[in-house]
Structure formats: structure tokens, C-alpha cells
Ligand binder design. Structure first.
Ligand SMILES: Nc1ncnc2c1ncn2[C@@H]1O[C@H](COP(=O)(O)OP(=O)(O)OP(=O)(O)O)[C@@H](O)[C@H]1O
Length: 607
């Protein structure tokens, strides 16, 4: 018996052909079977099948009774087959909460009535939502894997055995799909299993080519950049073949070129219901043309309807409110002759002797300057940042005199890593994910770790012990005052009651006092991001690196933080580098003296 299986893309679905040849003596019998890899709905079904139904219900956190304040009030939301929905909101936390309701993470009261339940389309034949609905979230993570700090800089050095798993291996857990061999070689796979694997592999090849990952399949997973990892996570979710895929902020961290490609892939998948897709987007994200309906999350309410209606009636008003509240603030006049904080000459980073990730970078950053570091996913921004922080082993190996990396006017090798952590304030997705969330560590203590750039609180008053291991009374008092200043400028009273500027810093309000005592681990993702920003700024470091700084923050937090940064939160003697794919996210503009450094496949220049 011989079996041949092949897969053909047809429109945006896949046709699976199975050919079975059975030889009986001199005769050969041929069986041909074709099927679509996923079920396709006939056009008659469109608009009749209900995908999601929440009828007039309140939504609560688990553990809260019905007399508690609901997270959302009187939600009436129906998604029909054929519609394309995005959930948008000014507060990232509320948008994420609504999406997580679809995964059963919040309680709907009264619950949608059986047998249809929350997902009527899964009721006939009955299917388990746990296996049919997937969520991939790119919104900021609130939890790490444990209470300890993990070393996110491992990717820059020699890759350890346990980190060696490649992108290709990570996609196909149990089996090696290249050779189509089961790990348990004593078991022979059935023709059906082989056909399914082949089909998955073809989808994988197709999607990784379309999303620009084909050349990276054999790289260790830890070597992938943020944007590359995000695209890989989406492919992995698609390979698990959910019926409904919920993507929270899929555009976050993607560069301008990758955004339309990803959106068109998602559109094709959604049109073929393989899987259906619901996206969570930030208010400032561009809405794809193919989105037909919106759920706008605003002040505990969910406003649903056709895209144009929701846009015309509600979003325009929300954006106008935002603009009204935006402040006109003084401009930075950078000093042209500030001392160099960073000086790079012909700096290179090369992996495996041939993979050149940074090529002859020349860049000088001076006191008082504001820079926007730009570049597509994988162009080398995070790698460049890791040279500035001294985390990259190749920060030591720039060969003099042809090349050098000077930090704070000294060769990098002549300045210790703890000293660099003391001199540089950093916010980055890597640091945000890795920062320990230990029970019992307060907001105050986390902010206090910023003085010495450590990850574990220490010292009297929780403000560290300095490089020498002890602090004079004056320095400790200055540190305590600084923690109070940043708490006052960026604490909850600045986002809840209106924004305070750096010059209004005085005593802490009771709201900020309470906030300072809270466990960092118990804060929302947005609150944690604000606290990590306070940590980066508290010591008034000479160099501030802000990589995806607004991640997870809601609009009020972003407004408070932007204003603080512009109005004295960083001074004329401090240099700032902002990394963002969105020009509008940089707190300063060209008119403020902002300069731009752009990386293009490892080559850098001022633009
Ligand atoms: N250890 C490594 N071995 C081989 N290649 C690596 C290694 N570490 C990083 N790279 C590659 O270096 C390139 C630059 O990665 P980097 O994280 O600096 O990009 P990025 O500009 O920050 O991207 P993003 O916008 O997606 O965050 C990527 O193509 C990545 O795959």
C-alpha cells in the first residue's frame, strides 16, 4: 500500500488531497480523498451563526459578588458569523479585561443561557471552548514565571543548551516535522497523523514565509527580536487550530512594514474562518479596512456596533477629549556642547562569525540630547541598547583603535557593570518581563532599587546602599526625597485627579502614600509599567533609555508620564534615548530638538 498526501492553498483555505494505492496481485486500486483542512461555512450560514453572545449582563471579577462594582455594566454584545470585530479602548486594562472575558477569566452575570452559552457556534455539535478559543496577548505582562529575576541578557552571549531550542522545534512540540519522525520511534504513525502533520508543516512554511520568518527558523528562540517573537507566537497559535483566535494588541512592537503584512494574513485567515479572529487594538492604532464592527470599552461600558457608527458617535469625541487634555509644555533646548555620554566608533556585533547584526556603528550621544532610535523589527535596536547598558559581551570586544565603545567618557571595559547600572536608567520590555514580582515587595522598594540599578530592594528606608555599600545621611535623605518626588509626579493622584508637573512636587497625597505601600506584584500591568518608569528616573541618571515605555499604561498614565518627562522629569544634563515604532509615542518632537538615529539591517545613521 502506498499513501500520498498533498496540500494546496485554495483562496485562503487549504485543500488536503490523500491518495491511497493498494496493490492486490497485478491490480492496483486507487482511492482519492479530498477535504478542506478546516470546516468552511456555506454562504447560507453567513449572518445566521452567532459566534459570541453576551445578552444584557454585568461582568465581574471572580470572587466579587453581584453587589460589588462590576468591571463592565449592562454589556449587550453579539458577534455574528461574517462580521469582523475589533475591541478598542483608551485604557489598555479594560480592553484586555473584555477580551479575557471571552476566555472565561471574568464572570458574566447572568451567564449566557445554555445550550448556546457564550459561544453559540460551539453548541452544535457541542465543543469545548477551552480547546476551541485561544488568546495571544501582546499587552504588557503583569506576571513573570516566578519571584526571582531571570537573566534576559542570556541571548547576547553563548547560547546555553537549554536555550538552544530553535524556532522550528518550538512550533512542533512532540514531533520533528522536518523528518516527520515520531520521537518515540517504536510507534509507527498512521497515514492520518502523517497527513495532518504534513498539512500543518505546509501551513507553517506558508505563514513563516509570509511573515518574514523563513530565514530565522533554525535560530535559537532566545535570539529572536521582539517583533520576530511576536509573529512566531501568532503562527504557533494558528497551528493549534482554534476556531476563534483572540489577539490582544497584535500590532504592538511591530514595525511599519510588518503591520500591513500581518493584517492581510489575519484578514485572509478570518475570511476563511480558519480561525475567526477578534483583535484588541489601542485607540491610537490604525483600524484595518476589513474591520466591520467595533466594541469600544470606555469608563466601564462597552459600546458595540457597526464601525462607522461607533467611530462617528463615540471615538471622535474620545479623541477630542484626549487632545483637549493634552498639555502645551515648554521645549527642550539641547545644549550643543554637552559632554559625550556614549561614543561609538565603528562598533560591530557579530554572531557565529558570520551573522552581522550591527555594522560599523558611529553614534555620539551627549548630555541634554533627546534621541529617537528607529528601525524595523530585527534591525538591531535591542542589541544596540544592550551595548549602551554594557549587558552585551561584545560591548567589551570592540577592537581599538579601529573601533571603540566609550560610556561616560571611559572605554566600556574600564567601567564595571554595577557602576553602569547605577549611571543608566532603563525601561524595556525585557526588563519589564524579567523584574521579580515577589510577594511583600512594595512599590516604594521597587522604585528605590533604581538608585543602584539592582533588582532586589535593600538598605535603610529601602533606597539602596550605593556602590560603596553605605550611604551618608545626606545622600539617604536626598534619595528618600527623590522617591517621594517621583511618586508624587507619577503616582495615582497624577492619573486620577489630573496631572501634576515636576514643579508641583510637595507632600504625597494619601492616594500616593497608599500606592507606595502596595505590593508591586499586586498592581495592574499598567501600574507596574509606571512604577518601572519611576524606578528608571528616580536617580536622575545621566542616560535614560526608554524602550516601549508606554506598554500597558492607560491614557491617563501616558499623559501624566509624557508631561512629567517634558516638564523637568529629565533635566538638561540628562540624555534620553526613546525606542518606539510609533513616532507619536516619543514625548519630544523635532521642534524640541529631537534627533533620530535609524538602523537598517544593522547599519546606523542619523536621519
Ligand atoms: N544570539 C544570537 N544569534 C544570532 N542572531 C541573533 C542573536 N541575538 C539576536 N540575533 C539577531 O539579531 C537581530 C537583531 O535583533 P534585535 O533584538 O536587536 O532587533 P530589534 O531591532 O530590537 O527588533 P524588534 O523591533 O523586533 O525588537 C535579529 O535578526 C535577531 O534574530
Amino acid at each position: 500500500m502506498q499513501c500520498y498526501v498533498s496540500l494546496h492553498p485554495v483562496d485562503s483555505t487549504y485543500l488536503l488531497l490523500t491518495v491511497l494505492i493498494i496493490s492486490t496481485g497485478s491490480e492496483k486500486v486507487l482511492f482519492v480523498h479530498h477535504s478542506f483542512l478546516h470546516r468552511r461555512y456555506s454562504s447560507q450560514n453567513v449572518n445566521k451563526t452567532v459566534i459570541v453572545r453576551i445578552p444584557q449582563a454585568n461582568i465581574y471579577r471572580f470572587g466579587d459578588s453581584n453587589i460589588a462594582a462590576p468591571v463592565f455594566r449592562e454589556v449587550d454584545w453579539t458577534i455574528n458569523e461574517g462580521e469582523s470585530w475589533a475591541v478598542i479602548g483608551s485604557g489598555s486594562n479594560q480592553k484586555t479585561a473584555l477580551l479575557r472575558t471571552l476566555l472565561g477569566h471574568l464572570r458574566i452575570s447572568p451567564p449566557p443561557a445554555p445550550p448556546e452559552g457564550l459561544f453559540p457556534f460551539l453548541s452544535d455539535p457541542p465543543r469545548d471552548p477551552h480547546t476551541c478559543i485561544s488568546l495571544v496577548s501582546f499587552a504588557h505582562r503583569q506576571h513573570t514565571s516566578g519571584g526571582a529575576f531571570y537573566d534576559y541578557t542570556a541571548r547576547y552571549g553563548a547560547v546555553r543548551d537549554e536555550d538552544c531550542i530553535t524556532l522550528r522545534q518550538s512550533m512542533f512540540g512532540e514531533y520533528d516535522f522536518l523528518n516527520i519522525q515520531p520521537k518515540d520511534s517504536s510507534r509507527i504513525k498512521t497515514a492520518g497523523e502523517l497527513a495532518q502533520e504534513k498539512a500543518k508543516k505546509d501551513i507553517f512554511d506558508d505563514l513563516s514565509a509570509r511573515l518574514g520568518l523563513s530565514d530565522l527558523l533554525d535560530l535559537p528562540l532566545v535570539a529572536l527580536s521582539n517583533g520576530q517573537t511576536r509573529r512566531a507566537r501568532i503562527i504557533k497559535a494558528i497551528l493549534s487550530q482554534p476556531e476563534l483566535l483572540v489577539l490582544d494588541e497584535p500590532l504592538t512592537g511591530l514595525d511599519l512594514n510588518n503591520r500591513p503584512t500581518l493584517l492581510s494574513v489575519l484578514h485572509a485567515l478570518h475570511s476563511s474562518q480558519q480561525p475567526r479572529i477578534i483583535m484588541g487594538l489601542r485607540l491610537q492604532d490604525p483600524l484595518p479596512d476589513w474591520i466591520s464592527h467595533l466594541a469600544l470599552v470606555k469608563d466601564g461600558k462597552v459600546i458595540t456596533g457597526a464601525k462607522d457608527e461607533v467611530l462617528a458617535e463615540h471615538v471622535a469625541q474620545t479623541l477630542q477629549d484626549e487632545q483637549k487634555r493634552a498639555s502645551n509644555t515648554p521645549r527642550i533646548i539641547p545644549s550643543a556642547d554637552g559632554k559625550p555620554v556614549v561614543d561609538m566608533k565603528n562598533v560591530n556585533v557579530v554572531y557565529q562569525q558570520t551573522r552581522k547584526v550591527l555594522k560599523s556603528i558611529n553614534w555620539t550621544i551627549r548630555e541634554g540630547e533627546r534621541w529617537h532610535l528607529q528601525g524595523a523589527n530585527g534591525s538591531g535596536k535591542t542589541t544596540l541598547l544592550s551595548l549602551l547598558t554594557g549587558d552585551h559581551p561584545q560591548s567589551y570586544t570592540q577592537i581599538q583603535p579601529a573601533s571603540h565603545l566609550h560610556l561616560f567618557s571611559r572605554p566600556r571595559a574600564r567601567i564595571s557593570t554595577p557602576h553602569l547600572r547605577y549611571l543608566i536608567g532603563v525601561v524595556s520590555p525585557e526588563l519589564g518581563n524579567a523584574f521579580p514580582r515577589r510577594a511583600g515587595v512594595s512599590v516604594w522598594e521597587v522604585v528605590g532599587t533604581g538608585f543602584d540599578g539592582t533588582f532586589v530592594p535593600g538598605g535603610p528606608n529601602g533606597v539602596g546602599v550605593g556602590l560603596e555599600g553605605s550611604l551618608s545621611d545626606d545622600v539617604r535623605k536626598w534619595r528618600v526625597d527623590r522617591v517621594r518626588e517621583v511618586l508624587s509626579a507619577l503616582g495615582p493622584s497624577s492619573w486620577k485627579n489630573g496631572v501634576q508637573g515636576a514643579d508641583e512636587i510637595s507632600t504625597l497625597t494619601s492616594l500616593d502614600e497608599e500606592f507606595a505601600k502596595r505590593d508591586f506584584a499586586d498592581l495592574s500591568a499598567g501600574e507596574q509599567s509606571v512604577v518601572l518608569l519611576m524606578r528608571a528616573l528616580v536617580s536622575r541618571p545621566q542616560l535614560v533609555l526608554l524602550d516601549e515605555v508606554w506598554s500597558g499604561m492607560d491614557d491617563a498614565m501616558v499623559r501624566a508620564a509624557r508631561r512629567y518627562l517634558r516638564e523637568g522629569g529629565v533635566g538638561h544634563d540628562q540624555a534620553v534615548v526613546v525606542i518606539s515604532h510609533w513616532e507619536g509615542e516619543v514625548p519630544w518632537g523635532i521642534e524640541d530638538g529631537l534627533r533620530r538615529f535609524k538602523l537598517d539591517e544593522g547599519v546606523g545613521r542619523e536621519v
